[in-house]
Every structure is written in structure tokens, then in C-alpha cells.
Design a protein around this ligand. Sequence first.
Ligand code: PMP
Length: 391
Amino acid sequence: MDADSIYKSVVEKDEKYVMQTYGRKPLLFVKGEGTNLIDVYGKRYIDCVSGIAVNATGYSNQRLVKAIQTQAENLIHVSNYYYNIPQANLAEKIIQITGMSRVFFCNSGAEANDGALKLAKIHTKKDNFISTLHAFHGRTIGSLGTTANQKYRDPFVPMVKPATFVDYGNAGAIEKAIDKTIAAVILEPVQGEGGVHVPKNEYFKEVREICDKKGILMIIDEVQTGFGRTGKWFCKDHYGVQPDILTMSKAIAGGIPMGAFAAREGLSFGKGEHGTTFGGGPLASAAALAVIETIEEEKLLDNAAKMGDYFMKKLAGMKRKDVVAIRGKGLIIGVEFNHECAYLMDEALKMGVLVNVISGNVLRLIPPLNITKEDIDRVVEVIDSIQKPVQ
Ligand code: PMP
């Protein structure tokens, strides 16, 4: 079949058989290489969406490919009734890089947050949570209660009890919202889906102190920011704060589904209190170990920090006059425009650059952590060159 026929048949099957929940772009990718995705026609794109941040190591990373291959030949999955080698090694590694005490493995970000909420509930014997406006913590029936956007929540209420939502970046607002029913506050260290909001440096320390003073738990959701995205293993490390529970997913296993949450000393589930079939399976765990090794050996934390600074400087130097703010940490960057900017996403892809738009007027840039200056120069050139369409 030629490329056109493959493209058409895929779109046809998708439209006929898949629940139409995603607003798909007219693109069909068949390969990834470094920071590039390649479509069915052979056209290359610099990926600044990066599978929504699952990609720390770049596409087709050989260490990752080999680790998956070798593990698949030996043992793809085994029940959590038994031990497995990659899970034990990964657990040790995660505890080292997070500074937490114990970890539970699951399969996605939402599931990690669900587990964290359950752990907070069973530990504190309290039912309610505080979250922040614009927060995104997932769409399972539990995590949805802490996701701010009512569009996602309303159709399912009263099944989900929504959290109390307070302003992001304001520790005093959290303190005010705490009453005797609150188990925990859940926070992203940089709000990703909500528009790339970076709080002031003291925020997390202040929240930590309030949680300790009031006896509630602090959950930090590093699903989007973890594994080097902000230039450190975890974004909390910029703020010098340890949460009670840290949740992670996305980049952890380089695209093989995995989630995890880690808790501090003295905070853990007991036998039978939580579980999941695939959590910490050998294949996903071997992939995660390879991702962590690659980040270490290719010094991707440093690269994310350096390239993040370079990216922000280049963006600040653009000629266009409609930018209101450029914010970010490492390689999670938001460019806010004074108008709706979805057209930028559509025009950029024609020019071989993938970006996405959140909250209507914020362009989000989350490339693989091995992005180069040349890639960044091209991405900024493309963004700067796209004219706002005349209405
Ligand atoms: N938390 C955060 C901060 C996220 O960005 C996301 C996904 N965008 C999630 C949780 C949910 O993760 P998943 O889609 O794997 O359930």
C-alpha cells in the first residue's frame, strides 16, 4: 500500500471503531529518531510535544530498545504474587533518586494519584482533599476529584467528590481551606496542563510548613515534571522540599506504560490494601531502569537545564509582539499570547514542528531532554515566522 492509502485506511478505522475522545491532528507517525518523529510520508518533525512528556531519552534510544528486547526474551510479565528482578532494582533506584522510603508501582499518572489519595485516606482516616485551580491530576473516578477543570468533572458528579480548589501559588489559601476533614493537599510543582504555571520558590516550603503545623499530608504530583524535565530528577528538588507522597508516571519507562508513587518513612499500605495486575512488571521495570541509566550517562539533567535556559532566551528574542509571558523550568516551557493561538499549532506542524496549545492561549513546549541548540533555533524560527491569521 502507498502512504496515502495507509493514511486513509487508518483514519477510516479510527473514526469507525475508536471512541472519538481525542481531537486528532491529521498526522500518522510511524517512526521516532532522536528528537524527531517521522510520518507515514517520510516527513520529519521536531517533537516539542514529546508524547506529552513521556520522552526523556529521545526516540529509538538504543539502550532502552535493547533493555526492552532482552527483557522480553526472558520474561515479559509475572504476577505480583512473585518477586521479579527488574522491579526490585527499580524500586532501589527510585528510592535513591526521590529520597522517599517505599514505592508502589502502577500503570499511569491517574492511577498513581488515585493510589496516593487512597494512601492519604487510610493513613489519616480523613476523607477530603485540597487541590488547586487549573490543576490536572488525571481522569480516573478518584483522581478526577482533584482535577480542577469542571468540564472533565461535572458529567460524573456526584460519583466523584471534588476537592476544595484554592489558588495555585498561594500557601495562605491552603491554610485557610484546611479543616478537620482534610487528609492531604495535592500539588503539581509546575502546573503543566493548566498553562505552565511556575510558583514562586518559597511556595512549596511554605506549604510544607502548613501541612506539618496542621497535620495534613502533602502530595506532590510529578507525573509531568519528574525524571529530569525541569533539569533535576524531580522538580521538588528545586524547592528543597520532601512531600509525604510523590507521584510519577509519563517519562518513567520511556513510553512503556508505568506509574508509581513513593511515600516517606512510616507511610505505607499494608498487605492486601492496594494492588494492580501489571504494576512493576518486568518489562516496564527494565525499561524504566534503562531510562534512568540513560539520563545519568547522557547527563540529560544538565542538558534539560541548559537547553531550557537557551530555549527561554531564544523565545524572549522573538520579533513577534503578541507574547505576554514566557515561563518555565528546564524543558517545560509555556509561551502565553495575548490571543487564542491554536493556529500556531496547526501552522507549525506544516513546517515540521510539533507544539501544543493549552488553556487556549498558551503554547507548551516539552521536547525530549536531549534536544539540541539547532533544534531549538529551528523551533523558535518557526514560531516567530507564523503570522496571526486575519479574522
Ligand atoms: N498528573 C499530571 C500532572 C499530568 O500532567 C497528567 C497527564 N497529563 C496526569 C496526572 C494523568 O496522567 P495519565 O494520563 O497517565 O493518567
